[in-house]
Design a binder for this molecule. Sequence first.
Ligand code: UDP
Ligand code: UDP
Length: 473
Amino acid sequence: ATSPAMPSSGDTAGGRPHVVLLPSAGMGHLVPFGRLAVALSSVHGCDVSVVTVLPTVSTAETKHLEGLFDAFPAIRRLDFQLAAFDASEFPGADAFFLRFEAIRRSAPLFGPLLAGAGASALVTDITLTSIVIPVAKEMRIPCHILFTASAAMLSLCAYFPTYLEDNAGSGIGDVDIPGVYRIPKASIPQALHDPNHLFTRQFVANGRSLANAAGILVNTFDALDVEAVAAVQKDSAVSGFPPVFSVGPLLPVCFPAGNQAKNPANYIEWLDAQPARSVVYVSFGSRNAILGVQLKELAAGLEASGHRFLWVVKSTVVDKDDAAELSDLLGEGFLERVQKRALVTKAWVEQEEVLRHESVGLFVSHCGWNSVTEAATSGVPVLALPRAGDQRVNAGVVARAGLGVWVDSWSWDGEEWVVSGEEISEKVKVTMRDEALRKTAASLGVAAAAAVANGGSSHRCLADFVRLCLAGT
Ligand code: UDP
Ligand code: UDP
């Protein structure tokens, strides 16, 4: 296993804190927890255990966890079986939101697990915050949060309960976050417009309890998310908000073969055969079910752009349910027409390997936060096509930072119209020849590397976090 370019901390000689990580479900959450586990264990000299909540929702999660523990035997695995959970209370709910709820309701069982582990500190996920902090408090274990999304989103999560109180009785409008900026109504995650939505109830409870955390780690860095990082750090300095550590971009960890199912498409060989910066890489993360009609417009747009492309197509929320044929999803004859200049696959690709490849010139992304941090790490420009959740907030961060472009009038899930193939094709063409954007994206790659290098801001923040854990032992 390799952990690229991770400098050593060298300042934990006084002892080794035992940090227990408790992630929730979904690759968007497991991936950064795995990266944090490796950084703490291999770079910052901590004993690390990762609670593995079983069963997992998706095949990708199962394989990811197997790969992590195989490649890093120093990281201990603490299996945790979920208590039975009756999902019929939430008909039609997203499989991952349901799993967050199931884990939250199993939380009393974490006590004995933590007691047995002998933890000096616990790091849990934002989705579990309000439930896990009281359990940790009872065990007298400091409980920190790893916020797996942007600092802008962290500030929204922390401010949203106050916003609701101040605007009781009126619907959700633009949310002007003090010290950060105004998030337009249209960018607020869809679920938050419904106060009774399962996600909203969790979001508000977690936002309220953030102040009770011992510390908050955020997977971001100054140059990417500058106003929001400054605002949350200022809050942590003056008003009793816990210390906030910007520790990103948490660096990708390459597992040896066997981690993810071998992709039959041989995408790296295919990328090797393409000219430098000629390929548009298209992916919407691990769990976005893009509507069939939007998929077909995207196909038309990529075809009409005339560019080479590598497209990872996922058409269901949970990978195990994805039985559709590409030819049915993308329309008759599409694959044949583009086969000389495109590779289209439904299988898992190692995205960070793709983004690092010199043939990739543009990333058409849904702007899940991990994808954004990976694009920044590689200095690859982004064309944002957010679909749901925090993705419009993230697309705003991408555009502000100069990492990419976002047409904020384009629709997302739940709106009646789709983004047309013609619009997508034009924007791909313009963005592929945008030299100024290429330069600002590349400079973010340089800033990301500087942040995580020895002495860089993110490296120092993680070392400070480890010192805080040591102080508590
Ligand atoms: N990912 C990947 N290969 C795929 C799909 C996703 O490696 O085929 C990774 C991607 O690099 C990222 C994570 O899965 O680390 C997805 O997280 P993100 O926050 O980008 O989006 P989400 O899936 O949570 O919407
Ligand atoms: N989120 C949050 N507070 C919560 C639950 C979620 O701030 O209580 C954030 C989460 O970090 C993410 C966004 O809300 O940025 C959408 O959450 P979801 O878990 O759907 O994202 P995904 O599974 O795609 O990572």
